[in-house]
Design a protein around this ligand. Sequence first.
Ligand SMILES: C[S@@+](CC[C@H](N)C(=O)[O-])C[C@H]1O[C@@H](n2cnc3c(N)ncnc32)[C@H](O)[C@@H]1O
Length: 194
Amino acid sequence: MLKFDFDTENILAELEKTQKDFWNLDRPCANFLYLLILLKNAKNVLEIGTSNGYSGIWILKALENTKGKLTTIEFWEKRQSVARKNFASCIKNAKVEPKIGSAVVVLEDLVQEVETNKREKYDFVFIDANKTEYLSYFKLVDKIISDNGVILADNILSHKEKTAPYAEELFNNETYASQILEMGAGMMLSCKIK
Ligand SMILES: C[S@@+](CC[C@H](N)C(=O)[O-])C[C@H]1O[C@@H](n2cnc3c(N)ncnc32)[C@H](O)[C@@H]1O
């Protein structure tokens, strides 16, 4: 089983004690996210929903291998600052750009920056914020994801009604191939194929 360095394992163990309070991924799902980023060899990852940084630590650990960078969005300033501390404790010179603000507003800014060539497209996106907004996130993410880009969305089964518009859109969208995975809270894995 994958084990990180001593400090990282200590911090992950501490965060796992309050996993439910901060709505973090469970460890197997975080490990799966880590694996997907390695398999994709992702260089430019976007996370929507930072919380205290638990999933972000796993993403950044994968990005240490792929030599990539993370943009992560959270509207709760206190949480974003806790996440920043956790990132710094686990990863030396973490390549992370924390964005504070409402996800839709931040995504609109990112779209603008990509469209004016001030920012590269993302090759991997992890969606894990407001479940009723997933479809709005997707409509913006679709403009800033690269060809063959991957989207992983959490809580597709635990919040089935709220996330249904997102799941339906992805299943019916001919430019994406998708599958719902019965792990953790239910994750939908999608790949842009055209
Ligand atoms: C499920 S938690 C994220 C957990 C994190 N990905 C992990 O596994 O460690 C969702 C986070 O999204 C934030 N959030 C919810 N709605 C948001 C919005 N509209 N814009 C930005 N952040 C939002 C919440 O404050 C919360 O910290």
